[in-house]
Ligand binder design. Sequence first.
Ligand SMILES: C[S@@+](CC[C@H](N)C(=O)[O-])C[C@H]1O[C@@H](n2cnc3c(N)ncnc32)[C@H](O)[C@@H]1O
Length: 286
Amino acid sequence: MTTVEGLLEEGARRIAASPHIDHWQEDADVYDAESFLQEVIGDLDPRAEVPARDERRFLAMIDRRAAGEPSARILGFVDFLDIRIPVHEGAFYPRISSEAMATEAARRLRRRKKPVLVDLATGVGTVALAVGSGVKAARVYGVDVLPEAVRGARSNAKALKLKRASFLEGDLFEPLPANIRGTVDAITIHPPYVAVDEVQAQPKEIVDFEPVVTLTDGSPDGLGMVRRVAAESVDWLRPSGWLLIEVGADMGKKVASILRKAGYRDLTTVPDEYGVTRTVCARRPR
Ligand SMILES: C[S@@+](CC[C@H](N)C(=O)[O-])C[C@H]1O[C@@H](n2cnc3c(N)ncnc32)[C@H](O)[C@@H]1O
């Protein structure tokens, strides 16, 4: 029999060696191995011995991950801030990189009375549901163009008993109720930001498992949706409202420049734990 410690080392080694994974996040191999083993045996006491049947189950999960399958798909859920989000086939698998944007949005909304959040390109509702759960007075709306995503988001809201959340199918702002125009306290978006010619070059875990509409808006620089949102948010935000955008690792400066040119104020860039800007926040133009 192998110990927990030995199995975790072997699991992390196999994942780290995989060419099918985007290894941008240091220690993600260790984190994945720990999540899988925890799912199989519960408590992770490093010196405990793992029964052969559990070892086989764990290594099968590791090998699926090393073959490129997203860890969220293998587990069936993502632990995101304080909530567990079930994943849904045919929709984007949530990434914990979005936690920073959700945290920034929640921090801004907590100070307001009955705040309204709109999460565009919501996928299975991850950011909308995390903010809605964390800010008790908030009314949250999520919009996505993919029916599978909207179905998943509604089912996740039901499982969390979050009645203050509505999920709508459509293109960006188009399906939102007209009566919230000009009253929104914060808009969040994790847009499809891969440049159209770069989609096929993405690692297998992305290109083989995510619908193409979740990856690219079809623009040559991947910023087409950011430009649209910068222009269209002005009508929906209240004068003191915030636009928060999750950006690709090399996009922070370009997104900040688009917002600055569109007249947005109080621009803030939020670095992740590796010092890379992954969230840009700005207040509505006057
Ligand atoms: C990178 S994913 C982010 C999903 C989710 N916010 C998350 O972080 O888990 C981008 C999402 O944008 C959606 N999308 C693409 N084009 C859209 C459009 N025109 N209007 C609304 N949603 C769109 C995709 O279906 C996908 O769910």
